[in-house]
Design a protein around this ligand. Sequence first.
Ligand code: P1T
Length: 379
Amino acid sequence: MSFATKAIHEGQDPDPVTGAVSVPIYQTSTYVQDALGHHKGFEYARTQNPTRMALERNIASLEGGHAAHCFASGMAAIDTVLRLLKAGDHVIVSENTYGGTYRLFERVLTQFGLEFSYVDTTDAINVENALRDNTRMIFIETPTNPIMAVADLDGIGRLVRDRDIRLAVDNTFMSPYFLRPIEHGADIVVHSTTKYLNGHSDSIGGVAITNRPEDSEKLGFLQNAVGAILSPFDSWLVMRGIKTLAVRMKQHDENGRCVAAFLAEHPKVQKVYYPGLAGHPQHERAKKLMSGFGGMIAFETGSLAASRAVLDNVSLCALAESLGGVETLISHPATMTHASVPEQQRVRLGITDGLVRISVGIEDVEDIIADLDAALQKA
Ligand code: P1T
């Protein structure tokens, strides 16, 4: 089966009782047992829920992994993946990640004895140079949020192949429609399902896809033991969203390319970060790794006053955190999504006060461009 067919059918068997084509929302906390020690494979809903399990089968198939486990948020998924490690282990991380990921690593997980190094993962040599005897995971975000740097996935995949190191990739920005990191050597893939997988800005969730059977088993254990599970209703929403993932991603990509081209020519815009532009430093790699570039764009206006003017004067684009929904969202990374990254580091990465990020939605692209153009005139 190819992608769009799997997105609609994988894990979506008709309900055995009624034949319902939409997997029911099993809104229950527990299951009656026939007799002591005799049950239908379902004991308690933190451990097993048929709605969540249908979604997990679906996503595992889309990413080409062994298993998937869904969590209450993207952060809960990432936190649970890091629990595969133990105190004293070292993790190499993309230097530009979502601010919440940086905050979890630096302000929470260091308290439990994990060590983190942040490097530019666009070149595998930087990862190789950061390796230590106790390195047990490489955690990559690609393209990075919000600078859109594309990691050297194949090079880093080769680096970990014969070592006792897991390669984990946050694939939130591309979705499995455009990029499947397991095909490039990743052992674990994570998503904030809040974004493209759900796609409608009406649910918070996360997922971790594992490719090593021993990791799948351990993550299933942790999902139950730690307990940050995705609810049945949210599981159903994400499942419904995924049915249109292929058509939505095609449109996000088409609109993204148009908006990036418009911004690149605009006199009020100093720089555009979009891997689909020929001038992007990893454009050639992006073309090889990904089957599209998606709808995430960042651009530099030059100052806080200019970015404020844009953000305050858009009317169709909604000023909001988050991304990946059908509606265009616009945000200010320095004060919103990346406020927890120290200023010096932010500026070094390019997350300046003048930087604006857009999650291009699937509205008619002329309307998005007209809105941005009108706001940029005020900058
Ligand atoms: O918000 P949550 O579902 O917990 O997901 C966290 C997360 C993880 N990984 C990436 C790449 C992300 O972008 C996010 C969340 N990001 C935003 C809310 C944002 O506006 O960038």
